[in-house]
Design a protein around this ligand. Sequence first.
Ligand SMILES: O=P(O)(O)OC[C@@]1(O)O[C@H](CO)[C@@H](O)[C@@H]1O
Ligand SMILES: [Mg+2]
Ligand SMILES: [Mg+2]
Length: 281
Amino acid sequence: MADDWQNAMDHAVALARRAGEVVREALQHDRKVMTKSCSVDLVTQTDQKVETLIIQSVKEKFPTHRFIGEESVAAGEVCVLTDSPTWIIDPIDGTTNFVHAFPFVAVSIGFSVNKQMQFGVVYSCLEDKMYTARRGNGAFCNGEPLQVSQQEDVKQSMIATEFGSSRDPEVVDKIFSSLRNILCIPVHGVRGAGTAAVNMCLVASGCVEAYYEMGIHVWDVAAGSLIVSEAGGVLMDVDGGELDLMSRRIVAANSRTVAERLVIEIDAFSPPRDDAPPLKP
Ligand SMILES: O=P(O)(O)OC[C@@]1(O)O[C@H](CO)[C@@H](O)[C@@H]1O
Ligand SMILES: [Mg+2]
Ligand SMILES: [Mg+2]
């Protein structure tokens, strides 16, 4: 079975690269912007085209595999993680960046079996950085091994996070109170690339000590979670418990020490789970 997963991973890398070409080409033209759950939850035809490209190609090669894809779920597919081999796809992580040509846009492809990530591929396509990780085999960027930062003093740390796409004042208050608490630890700085997948690769690369966010989805972080852990990092829930990929909350850090220090300062909230049954009309 191990070889099967390696074949699948090689295919994921090739598809991420092809998807990246589509994204770069689309940036040369006007981008028609549509919205999903609210006016700041953006989607473009390129998101949909890239997801279709990836899923069709995987279906031809691995007909029994299942999928959780951001745009398929938006179109009504169920979002449930089973024990079956499952491709977890964010065709463009950082659609808002893509729309504004802000230069961090990633294709994220994770692969899970028995609800455990087996490989993760994040292609930061405007930087041409291909991040990969295979369970037990380490994490890499363009073939070079990745290692998280060794800095365990949170006061000497840089933290990544995002503001999210909710404009519900209660949610925004929680995001700002967490940010305020963390800034005032004090930490060296807070940054955000505008994509969860790239933020997690920055943790894996040792450029930031940690990334946390509430409101992300499984497709934003599935691939990145393995890239962080294979680079020596730790993952947990924002309440310090075990990471649950469907819970829409994550802390990814270089060490348990930094992660647990951040958890004290995070004003946690629980967005509706990715696998929650749809609300009845
Ligand atoms: O809809 P997209 O672009 O696939 O992803 C959403 C997202 O970019 O928004 C968040 C910013 O709040 C990121 O952390 C997350 O990855
Ligand atoms: Mg995303
Ligand atoms: Mg997306």
